[in-house]
Each structure stands twice: as structure tokens, then as C-alpha cells.
Write a protein that binds this ligand. Structure first.
Ligand code: ZN
Length: 459
């Protein structure tokens, strides 16, 4: 009789604070042992020469399902995640319809679950009307609620400060993380109108319409409003030195807040507008080199809590739009997240343990998925990524799994690649290809697990 369902032998287990050479034993989908010479397994995988990472948690994706499945759907988006070593995604609510009520969240969950190749959480929407829905969102196991302070895909109207305050207060009482797209909408609309009136249609005008004060003011305002509530505010895609400064001031004053940096904001600067045009239009925008450097310094200084992708697919036709005001914001990223960050590790400015802290443990903690996710300790879900740290490649769009694999990272050299991904002990991707049928499950923050009426997904 075997002791383990799976033993991953002789890998280097990379955690957020240490690297250990050991075998890892899996039983019933969970990490059951870490040690040397583990014996008695139904299946063995030789991981010598490989790193074993806890599966990545990307807390910011837009899989466009339902309503915009010409851009992406839950099947293709989570296939891209699985192949890329991302075993949990948190999907944003600006779908059609937007996830504005707890009933719509439940509907979306039941609709997308059968297509999910990785585990997933779902955000509800904090809008002008939804403060009364916060307890309901929590009861449905929402990962959090998203507050769009500035315009973006879906054009969901931005709530006014009164509604923001009411939403923060209600979300705090319900124990929901409030994820914030922090941009001052009237200001960016005004500046865009001025640039448009001046005849500008070029990609760089997007950055000029959203200077860093647009972000910094919104960061400061939402954290000021939240400071007299119990809400945990998570600032998504913090992008500027001024925005960071505003965040830092509030956190030093005691704000209950976390922040995220995007791969795109860490790896691209404003020169990208010349090379890629509106493909790199992003909200908040790709910025000047000084902002990129400030973001990297804050990340290395421990001030950034997680790194996400803001995976935001559009069709290839949409991504080719030349008029900046008609172009869509965002581009894909979930499948290239890990390879691009491994390449930064190889380049020497990012550490392997930092990578795990920023892409696995950090997000798992913020969204209440720890201790089930985010580490390789006993009892954790056996979400594993086997990485060949020396494998060299280039980003090849034709090998990606999104519906429209258009990325500004095409052709970028890579050092380090995920070679196998396990979801709760089961192989879901190997060597760039998907394995098996969708087995992803809905995940809710741990503090709510006891309140949920069983696991409302397929076994
Ligand atoms: Zn987003």
C-alpha cells in the first residue's frame, strides 16, 4: 500500500524565505510530507535540477467571461494560466453583465467553473448602488469587491465619494477586501478632452492624459476615506513614484492597506509607445523610466505586497487600433508572468524567494487564501510549479493559449521556464501544453469558508 499519491523527488523547494533541497510528498491533493528519501508513492516525478515553487496566485485578471468572449473566455484564460504556472486567478467583475449583485456573482461562478483549468476567485463590484450588497457578496464567497475610481474597460460608471465611503464602510463590516483602481476620473477625462481638442491621437497622449497626480490623488483620497472604516484597501496596479509616496504616507499613518505592481509597469517604460503603439495602452499608463525605477526600488524594499498581470485581453483587431482614444486598455500577461519574472531573477535584480513572496504567498495572504495556497508547507494545496531555471527561450505568441496572443513581450529573451504545473496534486500542464480536462475550483477567502454551504463547484 502506497503512502503518497505523488512524490516530487530531489527538487529545490523555493519558499518565500528559504530554498531547501528535498522531496515533496502529496496525498489527497495536499502537501503531506517534505523531507529526504520519501518512499511509497503511486507516482514519482524526478525534479533534480529543477525548482519547485508554490503555484502562482494572480490576483488581477480579466478573463472576459461572460459577455466579451470574443476577447477571451474562462477556458482559454485559465489554460494560459495553467501552462504559465499560475494555479489560482482572481477574476475582475467588469464583464457583461458586470458582477454588481451577489446573485450575478453566483451565476458567473456556476457558468465559468466547468471551464476552469485552475482554481479561481471572483470579485464583485463596488459601484454607486452596491453598498447594501456587501454582506451578500461575502456570503457568496467573493474574493473582494472592485472599486473603479477611474474609467476603464466596460465603462462602468465611477461611484462618487459618498458611494465610495458607504461601500468601504459596508465592505469593512463584511470583511471584504476592496480592490481599487485608483485614478481620479474627472481629472483624467478633462485632460483627455484637452488633448483631443488639440488634435492629438498618438499613443503617448494616453500617458499625458493620466499624469501621476491622477493616481496619487485617488490613492490618497480612498485611503483617507477608508481610514475611518474597517476596510482593507488593496491598491491594484500602483504605477508612479507619486502614487507610491501617497501610499507610503498613508500606510505609515496606520492605513490597513496593501499594494500591487504589474509586470508591465515593472518591465516597460514610455519608450514602449514608439515600439508598440496602442497595444501598450494601459490604465494606469506605462510611465517614464523614473517611475519604473521607483516601483522596482519599492518592490525590493518590501513595500510592494504582490505582483500581478492585469491580464486584459482584446481581439487582435482591437489591439491594432491607431487612434489612442478609440484603442482599448490592457493586454494579456498571465502566461508570461512567471517566465518574465524568472528572467529577472536570472538577470539578478530579483531574488527567487522574493518572486515567491510577491506572486504566491503575498497574494494568498491578502485575499485570505493562506494557508491553503501560497506555500509548500504541510497541509497546503499541492499547487506546484516545476521550473527549469536555466532553460532559454523567447516569448513566442503562437505558443500562447489566449484567444488573441498579442503581447508587447513577443520576442523577448527568457531564462527560466515552468515545465510542469500541478493543481491540488494533479498534473494540469507540461512543457507548454495543457494536460487533462478542467478541474479548477472556486475558492473563497478562508474566513468565509465555514459560512459557505459546502463547496459549490464540481468535485
Ligand atoms: Zn484590471
Amino acid at each position: 500500500m502506497s503512502h503518497f499519491d505523488l512524490v516530487v523527488r530531489s527538487g529545490l523547494l523555493v519558499g518565500h524565505d528559504q530554498v531547501v533541497a528535498a522531496d515533496l510528498g502529496v496525498r489527497d491533493g495536499r502537501v503531506a510530507a517534505v523531507g529526504t528519501g520519501l518512499a511509497g508513492a503511486d507516482e514519482e516525478v524526478d525534479a533534480s535540477g529543477l525548482w519547485v515553487l508554490p503555484g502562482l496566485v494572480d490576483p488581477h485578471v480579466h478573463l472576459r467571461d461572460p459577455g466579451m468572449t470574443d476577447k477571451e473566455d474562462f477556458g482559454t484564460g485559465t489554460a494560459a494560466a495553467a501552462v504559465g504556472g499560475v494555479t489560482t486567478v482572481l477574476d475582475m467583475p467588469n464583464t457583461i453583465p458586470p458582477v454588481a449583485t451577489p446573485a450575478l456573482l453566483a451565476e458567473k461562478r456556476d457558468r465559468v467553473a466547468p471551464k476552469a483549468h485552475v482554481d479561481f476567485g471572483l470579485y464583485g463590484l463596488l459601484d454607486q448602488e452596491s453598498s447594501a450588497a456587501m454582506a451578500g457578496f461575502a456570503a457568496q464567497g467573493a474574493a473582494g469587491v472592485k472599486l473603479f475610481m477611474g474609467q476603464t474597460t466596460g465603462d462602468n460608471p465611477c461611484p462618487d465619494d459618498g458611494a465610495i465611503f458607504a461601500g468601504l464602510r459596508a465592505a469593512g463590516a463584511a470583511g471584504l477586501v476592496v480592490g481599487v483602481h485608483a485614478e481620479n476620473n474627472p481629472l483624467l477625462q478633462r485632460l483627455a478632452a484637452e488633448l483631443r481638442a488639440a488634435g492629438r491621437t498618438d499613443p503617448h497622449a494616453h500617458l499625458e492624459s493620466r499624469p501621476s497626480v491622477v493616481e496619487a490623488e485617488a490613492v490618497q483620497r480612498v485611503l483617507a476615506l477608508a481610514s475611518v472604516t474597517d476596510a482593507h484597501v488593496h491598491i491594484h496596479h500602483l504605477s508612479s513614484a507619486d502614487g507610491l509616496a501617497a501610499f507610503r504616507r498613508a500606510r505609515r499613518a496606520g492605513a490597513r492597506a496593501s499594494c500591487e505592481a504589474l509586470v508591465a509597469h515593472l518591465l516597460l517604460d514610455e519608450r514602449a509607445y514608439e515600439e508598440h503603439g496602442n497595444l501598450v495602452k494601459l490604465n494606469p499608463p506605462i510611465r517614464a523610466r523614473a517611475d519604473v525605477d521607483a516601483l522596482r526600488a519599492a518592490l525590493l524594499g518590501g513595500e510592494v505586497d504582490c505582483v500581478a498581470t492585469d491580464h486584459a485581453p482584446h481581439t487582435a483587431v482591437e489591439q491594432a487600433e491607431v487612434d489612442v482614444w478609440r484603442a482599448h486598455g490592457g493586454f494579456i500577461g498571465v502566461e508570461t508572468l512567471l517566465p518574465l519574472l524568472l528572467t529577472q531573477v536570472a538577470a539578478g535584480w530579483l531574488g527567487a524567494c522574493q518572486l515567491v513572496r510577491l506572486t504566491s504567498l503575498g497574494p494568498a495572504r491578502i485575499w485570505g487564501l493562506y494557508p491553503r495556497k501560497g506555500h509548500l508547507g504541510l497541509g497546503a494545496d499541492a499547487d506546484l510549479v516545476l521550473v527549469d531555471p536555466a532553460r532559454e527561450a523567447t516569448v513566442r505568441p503562437e505558443l500562447l493559449h489566449s484567444k488573441h496572443p498579442v503581447t508587447p513581450f513577443a520576442g523577448w529573451p527568457l531564462v527560466g521556464a515552468p515545465v510542469a504545473t500541478y493543481l491540488r496534486g494533479r498534473l494540469v500542464a507540461r512543457d507548454g501544453a495543457l494536460v487533462g480536462r478542467p478541474t479548477g475550483r472556486f475558492v473563497a477567502p478562508a474566513r468565509l469558508a465555514g459560512l459557505l454551504a459546502g463547496e459549490r463547484t464540481r468535485a
